[in-house]
Design a binder for this molecule. Structure first.
Ligand SMILES: CC(C)(COP(=O)(O)OP(=O)(O)OC[C@H]1O[C@@H](n2cnc3c(N)ncnc32)[C@H](O)[C@@H]1OP(=O)(O)O)[C@@H](O)C(=O)NCCC(=O)NCCS
Length: 184
Protein backbone atom coordinates (compact mmCIF):
# COMPACT_ATOMS: atom_id res chain seq x y z
CA UNK A 1 0.00 0.00 0.00
CA UNK A 2 1.39 3.36 -0.96
CA UNK A 3 1.58 5.92 1.79
CA UNK A 4 0.51 9.34 0.64
CA UNK A 5 1.76 12.59 2.09
CA UNK A 6 -0.55 13.82 4.81
CA UNK A 7 -0.71 16.44 7.50
CA UNK A 8 1.84 14.32 9.36
CA UNK A 9 4.48 15.02 6.71
CA UNK A 10 7.08 17.71 7.35
CA UNK A 11 5.99 21.14 6.11
CA UNK A 12 7.35 22.31 2.77
CA UNK A 13 10.61 24.25 2.75
CA UNK A 14 9.06 26.61 0.17
CA UNK A 15 7.03 29.14 2.20
CA UNK A 16 3.29 28.87 1.60
CA UNK A 17 3.54 25.78 -0.55
CA UNK A 18 1.76 22.53 0.24
CA UNK A 19 2.72 19.18 -1.30
CA UNK A 20 0.24 16.34 -1.24
CA UNK A 21 -0.84 13.30 -3.24
CA UNK A 22 -2.90 14.11 -6.30
CA UNK A 23 -6.64 13.54 -5.85
CA UNK A 24 -9.42 12.56 -8.20
CA UNK A 25 -11.02 16.00 -7.73
CA UNK A 26 -7.85 17.78 -8.96
CA UNK A 27 -8.82 17.44 -12.65
CA UNK A 28 -9.85 21.07 -13.25
CA UNK A 29 -6.88 22.46 -11.31
CA UNK A 30 -4.57 20.17 -13.30
CA UNK A 31 -6.05 21.35 -16.59
CA UNK A 32 -5.69 24.99 -15.49
CA UNK A 33 -2.06 24.25 -14.56
CA UNK A 34 -1.43 22.65 -17.95
CA UNK A 35 -2.88 25.62 -19.83
CA UNK A 36 -0.64 28.01 -17.87
CA UNK A 37 2.51 26.13 -18.97
CA UNK A 38 4.50 27.65 -21.83
CA UNK A 39 5.46 25.44 -24.80
CA UNK A 40 8.99 24.86 -23.41
CA UNK A 41 8.16 22.89 -20.24
CA UNK A 42 5.42 21.05 -22.14
CA UNK A 43 7.95 19.97 -24.74
CA UNK A 44 10.43 18.94 -22.02
CA UNK A 45 7.79 16.95 -20.17
CA UNK A 46 5.95 15.37 -23.10
CA UNK A 47 8.78 15.40 -25.68
CA UNK A 48 6.62 17.27 -28.14
CA UNK A 49 3.65 19.55 -28.48
CA UNK A 50 0.86 18.77 -26.04
CA UNK A 51 -1.26 21.89 -26.05
CA UNK A 52 -4.37 20.33 -24.54
CA UNK A 53 -5.16 18.20 -21.54
CA UNK A 54 -8.55 16.69 -22.38
CA UNK A 55 -10.90 15.59 -19.62
CA UNK A 56 -10.08 11.90 -20.14
CA UNK A 57 -6.36 12.56 -19.77
CA UNK A 58 -6.91 14.77 -16.72
CA UNK A 59 -8.98 11.96 -15.18
CA UNK A 60 -6.24 9.48 -15.92
CA UNK A 61 -3.51 11.73 -14.43
CA UNK A 62 -5.53 12.36 -11.27
CA UNK A 63 -6.30 8.68 -10.66
CA UNK A 64 -2.95 7.00 -10.06
CA UNK A 65 -3.18 3.24 -9.95
CA UNK A 66 -2.68 2.17 -6.32
CA UNK A 67 0.48 0.13 -5.84
CA UNK A 68 1.71 1.13 -9.29
CA UNK A 69 1.87 4.88 -9.47
CA UNK A 70 2.37 7.87 -7.15
CA UNK A 71 1.68 11.45 -8.16
CA UNK A 72 2.33 14.52 -6.03
CA UNK A 73 1.12 18.05 -6.56
CA UNK A 74 2.66 21.25 -5.21
CA UNK A 75 0.07 23.92 -4.50
CA UNK A 76 -0.25 27.52 -3.48
CA UNK A 77 -3.79 27.75 -2.21
CA UNK A 78 -5.93 25.83 -4.68
CA UNK A 79 -3.55 26.44 -7.60
CA UNK A 80 -1.34 23.58 -8.74
CA UNK A 81 2.18 24.81 -9.55
CA UNK A 82 4.03 21.51 -9.95
CA UNK A 83 3.43 17.81 -10.52
CA UNK A 84 5.77 14.88 -9.97
CA UNK A 85 4.97 11.27 -10.64
CA UNK A 86 6.50 7.83 -10.73
CA UNK A 87 5.10 4.78 -12.42
CA UNK A 88 6.36 1.38 -11.37
CA UNK A 89 7.85 -0.68 -14.18
CA UNK A 90 6.08 -4.02 -14.17
CA UNK A 91 6.19 -5.64 -10.75
CA UNK A 92 9.87 -4.91 -10.10
CA UNK A 93 11.67 -2.35 -7.94
CA UNK A 94 12.11 0.24 -10.70
CA UNK A 95 9.92 3.18 -11.61
CA UNK A 96 9.89 5.89 -14.24
CA UNK A 97 9.79 9.47 -12.96
CA UNK A 98 8.55 12.67 -14.57
CA UNK A 99 8.12 16.25 -13.35
CA UNK A 100 6.87 19.61 -14.39
CA UNK A 101 6.89 22.91 -12.52
CA UNK A 102 5.05 25.99 -13.78
CA UNK A 103 7.38 28.44 -15.53
CA UNK A 104 7.09 31.32 -13.07
CA UNK A 105 7.76 29.03 -10.09
CA UNK A 106 10.87 27.33 -11.48
CA UNK A 107 14.22 27.85 -9.75
CA UNK A 108 12.80 28.04 -6.22
CA UNK A 109 13.47 24.48 -5.11
CA UNK A 110 10.02 23.08 -5.90
CA UNK A 111 11.29 20.43 -8.34
CA UNK A 112 13.96 19.36 -5.84
CA UNK A 113 11.42 19.14 -3.03
CA UNK A 114 8.94 17.11 -5.09
CA UNK A 115 11.69 14.77 -6.24
CA UNK A 116 13.04 14.26 -2.72
CA UNK A 117 9.59 13.43 -1.37
CA UNK A 118 8.91 11.11 -4.31
CA UNK A 119 12.15 9.25 -3.58
CA UNK A 120 11.17 8.81 0.10
CA UNK A 121 7.71 7.55 -0.79
CA UNK A 122 9.24 5.28 -3.44
CA UNK A 123 11.70 3.79 -0.98
CA UNK A 124 8.89 3.00 1.44
CA UNK A 125 7.02 1.42 -1.44
CA UNK A 126 9.94 -0.86 -2.39
CA UNK A 127 11.22 1.25 -5.28
CA UNK A 128 15.00 1.06 -5.49
CA UNK A 129 15.64 2.46 -9.00
CA UNK A 130 14.25 5.45 -10.81
CA UNK A 131 14.65 5.85 -14.51
CA UNK A 132 14.03 9.04 -16.45
CA UNK A 133 14.20 10.07 -20.07
CA UNK A 134 15.14 13.72 -20.36
CA UNK A 135 16.03 15.90 -23.30
CA UNK A 136 19.83 16.10 -23.33
CA UNK A 137 19.59 19.90 -23.36
CA UNK A 138 17.45 19.88 -20.20
CA UNK A 139 20.29 20.73 -17.83
CA UNK A 140 17.95 21.91 -15.09
CA UNK A 141 16.31 18.51 -14.79
CA UNK A 142 19.63 16.70 -15.10
CA UNK A 143 21.10 18.92 -12.36
CA UNK A 144 18.17 18.27 -10.03
CA UNK A 145 18.78 14.54 -10.41
CA UNK A 146 22.53 14.88 -9.97
CA UNK A 147 22.45 17.24 -7.01
CA UNK A 148 20.08 15.36 -4.74
CA UNK A 149 22.22 12.67 -3.06
CA UNK A 150 19.69 12.56 -0.23
CA UNK A 151 17.17 11.32 -2.83
CA UNK A 152 19.08 9.43 -5.54
CA UNK A 153 22.49 8.66 -6.99
CA UNK A 154 22.74 8.69 -10.78
CA UNK A 155 24.24 5.31 -11.69
CA UNK A 156 23.94 5.47 -15.47
CA UNK A 157 23.52 8.27 -17.99
CA UNK A 158 23.23 7.16 -21.60
CA UNK A 159 22.70 9.54 -24.48
CA UNK A 160 20.61 8.43 -27.43
CA UNK A 161 20.42 11.27 -29.95
CA UNK A 162 18.77 14.19 -28.19
CA UNK A 163 17.56 12.14 -25.23
CA UNK A 164 19.35 11.16 -22.02
CA UNK A 165 18.31 7.89 -20.41
CA UNK A 166 19.12 8.08 -16.71
CA UNK A 167 19.14 5.35 -14.12
CA UNK A 168 19.27 6.33 -10.45
CA UNK A 169 19.46 4.32 -7.28
CA UNK A 170 17.08 5.56 -4.61
CA UNK A 171 18.85 6.64 -1.43
CA UNK A 172 17.67 4.91 1.75
CA UNK A 173 16.23 7.34 4.30
CA UNK A 174 18.85 8.29 6.85
CA UNK A 175 21.68 6.99 4.66
CA UNK A 176 25.12 8.19 5.67
CA UNK A 177 26.14 10.41 2.78
CA UNK A 178 29.50 11.51 4.12
CA UNK A 179 31.12 9.39 1.42
CA UNK A 180 29.23 11.20 -1.30
CA UNK A 181 31.63 13.41 -3.21
CA UNK A 182 30.84 12.73 -6.85
CA UNK A 183 28.19 15.01 -8.29
CA UNK A 184 28.57 14.00 -11.92
C1 LIG B 1 13.04 20.45 -14.44
C2 LIG B 1 12.08 21.11 -13.48
C3 LIG B 1 11.01 20.13 -13.05
C4 LIG B 1 12.86 21.60 -12.27
O1 LIG B 1 11.97 22.22 -11.36
P1 LIG B 1 12.42 23.49 -10.50
O2 LIG B 1 11.37 23.71 -9.49
O3 LIG B 1 12.77 24.61 -11.38
O4 LIG B 1 13.72 22.89 -9.81
P2 LIG B 1 14.56 23.54 -8.61
O5 LIG B 1 14.11 24.92 -8.35
O6 LIG B 1 14.52 22.59 -7.47
O7 LIG B 1 16.02 23.52 -9.21
C5 LIG B 1 16.29 24.26 -10.37
C6 LIG B 1 17.46 25.21 -10.14
O8 LIG B 1 17.09 26.20 -9.19
C7 LIG B 1 18.07 26.22 -8.15
N1 LIG B 1 17.35 26.55 -6.92
C8 LIG B 1 16.67 25.70 -6.13
N2 LIG B 1 16.18 26.38 -5.06
C9 LIG B 1 16.52 27.66 -5.23
C10 LIG B 1 16.30 28.83 -4.50
N3 LIG B 1 15.60 28.82 -3.36
N4 LIG B 1 16.79 29.99 -4.98
C11 LIG B 1 17.49 30.02 -6.12
N5 LIG B 1 17.74 28.92 -6.88
C12 LIG B 1 17.26 27.78 -6.43
C13 LIG B 1 18.61 24.82 -8.13
O9 LIG B 1 19.91 24.80 -7.54
C14 LIG B 1 18.67 24.50 -9.58
O10 LIG B 1 19.80 25.12 -10.17
P3 LIG B 1 20.60 24.42 -11.36
O11 LIG B 1 19.68 24.42 -12.55
O12 LIG B 1 21.77 25.30 -11.54
O13 LIG B 1 20.92 23.05 -10.87
C15 LIG B 1 11.43 22.37 -14.16
O14 LIG B 1 12.46 23.18 -14.66
C16 LIG B 1 10.46 22.01 -15.25
O15 LIG B 1 9.28 21.84 -15.03
N6 LIG B 1 10.95 21.90 -16.49
C17 LIG B 1 10.08 21.54 -17.60
C18 LIG B 1 9.60 20.11 -17.54
C19 LIG B 1 10.75 19.15 -17.52
O16 LIG B 1 11.84 19.47 -17.98
N7 LIG B 1 10.51 17.96 -17.04
C20 LIG B 1 11.55 16.96 -17.02
C21 LIG B 1 11.21 15.81 -17.89
S1 LIG B 1 10.87 14.45 -16.86
Amino acid sequence: MITSPSAADPPSSVPGMVVRAIRSDDGSALQAFHYRLSPDPIRSRFFGAHPDLPDAEARRFTSPLAGHEVALVALFGSEIVGVARYIRIGTGDGAEVAFVVEDRYQGHGIGTELFTLLARIGWNDGIRRFIADTLAENHTMLDVFRRTPHAVTVTEARRDGGVMHLTMSVTPPGADLTWFGDDN
